[in-house]
Design a protein around this ligand. Structure first.
Ligand SMILES: Cc1ncc(COP(=O)(O)O)c(C=O)c1O
Length: 443
């Protein structure tokens, strides 16, 4: 698309996340409206949104049930800060979200997005151990290549070099291990690689002294590492290690939650329940800022006590538990449950993978990973990683009217859960066209 003088001038006065605004001006994407699976730019060109905004528009853009819930709630109450009160609809949200989580993950603290939820989970974990007799437990172990958010604590738990370096030094008390994809070529078998990588958490905990370690934080499927998809056994080992050393297992389900992987949460997909689960993004279908920290009820109990003893969770945000966001969250969960969209994601995910296999004939696919409607393709050329291909793909996809996440060593697609097979056919057609156009640029 082309931009006018006003847009060019104003782009200089803001910034684009994690990329050069100058380059963005060369390859701009300025959106004026969105509906269902599509965006339209300010020149009226239509784009297929193959990534739900950024893993957020879980029901597509402007879903009627979401809009209706917002409209109704707006007319009644749109702000009630949790400092001196709580909206009744926020209590409904607490109940509704708790009703779809596994086991006793019922203690729900709503927030305005993913980073806030992760930040809260880490503060909750540290305070929990302080007030239950193990104040020396404060360290967190997470993974290189993982991403948990842009705030300082979430960033310290993240393992993405370039996103952290400008802000170093990091907070202390954060340790990292590598995810299985990093080591896979050194093992003859994927399962063994996963066992090794899961056991590294134990090695780090033991080396640090288990009495000082509070939490393990992982995305069940890691996006920034390239749709890293461990085995079920990997998570079973993590669970066992955390139980053994009294470490809280925290799942960052900000991308993987709400039906995306074929169950309401990836915890159910992998068959392992964490102690704390963090949500965001698709929980509101991207319509309003919403996230949530969800802990086991017995952990929440530690924060319920008398004012005289000063028992409370020493944390909060002005917009947390916002009534409008709560009403939207309830509508999104209802829509997913009523239409069995998680099951749909499982079935359509198989169809999507079959389609993506069509790219193999171009010799560009090293591996297709993911679960349900969260899929990533690791790219290669002549058997080797080829970042130039991904860089070219970024441009050809946009030219072809396709929005997806491109790394450039891999690309990911995560269309809204409302897609049908026809939509996936359209998505794949655009992907294939964009890949062949990118190959032509390189030749
Ligand atoms: C896995 C994961 N965790 C946390 C976050 C942070 O969420 P937010 O950008 O809403 O603060 C993101 C954002 O991309 C994410 O992908």
């Amino acid at each position: 698309m082309n931009i006018d003088e006003r847009q060019a001038r104003l782009l200089k006065l803001t910034s684009i996340d994690f990329r050069s605004t100058e380059q963005f001006v060369e390859e701009p994407f300025i959106v004026s409206r969105a509906e269902g699976l599509y965006y339209w730019d300010t020149e009226g060109k239509r784009y297929f949104d193959a990534i739900g905004g950024i893993f957020a528009a879980s029901l597509g853009h402007g879903h009627p049930r979401v809009l209706e819930a917002m409209r109704r709630q707006m007319e009644q109450l749109s702000f009630a800060p949790p400092m001196h009160g709580i909206a009744d609809v926020t209590l409904d949200f607490v109940e509704r979200l708790g009703s779809v989580t596994p086991e006793n993950l019922n203690f729900v603290k709503p927030f305005s997005g993913g980073s806030e939820s992760i930040e809260a989970a880490m503060k909750f974990t540290r305070q929990y151990f302080k007030q239950t007799g193990q104040p020396e437990k404060y360290k967190f172990v997470s993974r290189y290549q993982g991403y948990h958010g842009g705030t300082f604590g979430a960033m310290a738990a993240s393992g993405t070099g370039k996103r952290k370096t400008p802000f170093e030094p990091q907070m202390g008390g954060f340790l990292k291990v590598f995810s299985p994809t990093y080591y896979r070529d050194r093992f003859s078998c994927w399962e063994e690689c996963n066992r090794f990588c899961a056991r590294m958490f134990e090695d780090v905990i033991l080396s640090e002294d288990p009495r000082t370690v509070a939490g393990v934080i992982v995305e069940p499927i890691g996006n920034t590492g390239g749709t890293v998809t461990p085995t079920d056994e990997y998570f079973q080992i993590l669970r066992q290690i955390c139980d053994e050393y009294e470490v809280l297992l925290i799942f960052d389900e900000i991308i993987t939650g709400y039906g995306r992987t074929g169950n309401m949460f990836a915890a159910q997909t992998f068959g392992v329940t964490p102690d704390i689960l963090c949500g965001g993004k698709g929980l509101s279908s991207g319509a309003v800022p919403l996230g949530a920290m969800i802990a086991r009820e017995n952990l929440g109990d530690a924060f319920y006590g008398s004012e005289a003893e000063d028992v409370n969770f020493a944390h909060g945000h002005t917009f947390a538990g916002n009534p409008l966001a709560s009403a939207v969250g309830i509508a999104v969960i209802d829509e997913i449950v009523d239409n069995d969209l998680a099951q749909g994601a499982q079935e359509l995910g198989v169809y999507l993978v079959d389609k993506l296999r069509g790219l193999e004939k171009y010799g560009v696919v090293r591996e297709i990973r993911g679960k349900g409607l969260l899929r990533g393709v690791e790219l290669m050329r002549e058997g080797e990683p080829c970042p130039e291909l991904g860089v070219a793909l970024k441009k050809t996809a946009l030219d072809n009217g396709l929005v997806m996440r491109i790394d450039p060593l891999w690309f990911a697609v995560a269309p809204a859960l409302i897609v049908g097979k026809d939509d996936i056919d359209e998505l794949y057609g655009l992907v294939e066209q964009s890949v062949t156009d990118a190959l032509a640029v390189l030749d």
